[in-house]
Design a protein around this ligand. Sequence first.
Ligand SMILES: *Cc1c(COP(=O)(O)O)cnc(C)c1O
Length: 368
Amino acid sequence: MNVPFADLNLQYQTVKDEIDQAIASVIRDSAFIRGPYVDAFEHEFAEAIGVHHCVSCANGTDALYIAMRALGVTAGAEVITTAHSWVSTSSMITHSGADVVFCDTDARTFTIDPVAIENAITPRTVGIVPVHLYGQPADMDAIMAIARKHKLWVLEDCAQAHLARYREQQVGTFGDVATFSFYPGKNLGAMGDAGAIVTNDAALASRMAKIARHGGLTKHQHEIEGINSRLDGLQAAILSAKLRHLSDWTRARREAAAKYDAGLHQIEDLIVPYVASAREHVYHLYTIQHPRRDELAQHLNANGVQTAVNYPTALPFLQSYERLHLRPEQFPNAYRHQSRILSLPMFAEITPEQQSAVIDLVAKFGQS
Ligand SMILES: *Cc1c(COP(=O)(O)O)cnc(C)c1O
C-alpha cells in the first residue's frame, strides 16, 4: 500500500465546491490585493485564535521579520530561540538586526528548555521566540514567568501549531505577539504562500500592518520604511473556506496520532511523541525517535511509505551559523534528536488502513 507523507489533493477534493466558489468570487470581484476577502480572513482568524488583531502577510517567514521589527529590535540586541526549528525562526532574528542566541530543547518534547533560557539571558537580551514545534505547545508558563522577571517580549512561532492549547488556552495568546504560516502543508494551508501575525496590542498591530504595506496604511503616506508583504485575495478566500474545517481536521489529526501511539508505543527502541501534561498537541508532524532512523526510513520508503526528517540538522549546526562556532555539547538534546527523529505520514484524511500498514512495517523492522 502506498502511504504519502501528506495528500493536499485529497483535502481539496473534500472541500472542492467551497474552494472553487471562493476562487471564482475573488476573480469576479478582481479583489486580488487587500479588499474584502483579506479583511474578512483577518477578522475570522483573529476570532479563531481569540485575539483582537490579525495582520495578514505574505508568509510565515515575513511574519517573524515584521513582528520583530515592530517590536523595535535593533542591532546589538540578543533574541533567544530554540535550537530545533525551521530555519526561518532564527534567520529572521538575524534579519531583524539582532544576534540570535540558541537554547537547547527539552529532552522529551523537542520544545525550548526554560532552564536553558534562564542561562542564556544577558543584559543585551530583549526577547524570546519559543516555537510550538510539530504542533505541541512550548512550556508557556515557565517561559512567560522568565519573560516577566527579565522584562522581555515573547513572540510565539505558531507556524506548526494552529489551534494547539496549553492549559486549555490557545497558543498565540500567551506572548506579546504570535506568527502563523499558511504554507500549503501546514495544518491550515493556503494554495501558495501566506502568513499572519496576531496580537492584542493595537499599537503593535498598527506598526506591523504599516511595515507589511510599504510603511503606511494610507496611499502615498509612507510613515516608515516598510516592505511589501501582502496576503493576496485568492489565498485569503481559500483560507477563509478552509478555516471553517480546521477544528474537524485538527480532531482527525489527533485521532490519527492516537492510533499511531497505540500501535507503536510498545515497539522496542522506538519512542512515540511525548506530550507533556496540560498540552494539546495538534500533530502538524507525528515524529518518532529511533536509534536506526536512516535504516527505518529506507525500509518504509522501499515499501511505499513516505517519511520526512524535520529537521536533519539542528539550527546551531547549519552552515549559516558556522560564524557562531557552536558545539554539540552545548545543545545535547537537539544534537541527539537530529539523527534519531523521523516523521511518519500525517494528514487529516489518512485512513486506518494506511496507518495499519505503516504500523505493521515499523513493527516488522523492529524484528529484523
Ligand atoms: C513553516 C515555518 C515557518 C515559515 O513559514 P513560511 O510560510 O514557509 O515562510 C516558520 N517557522 C516554523 C516553525 C515553520 O514551521
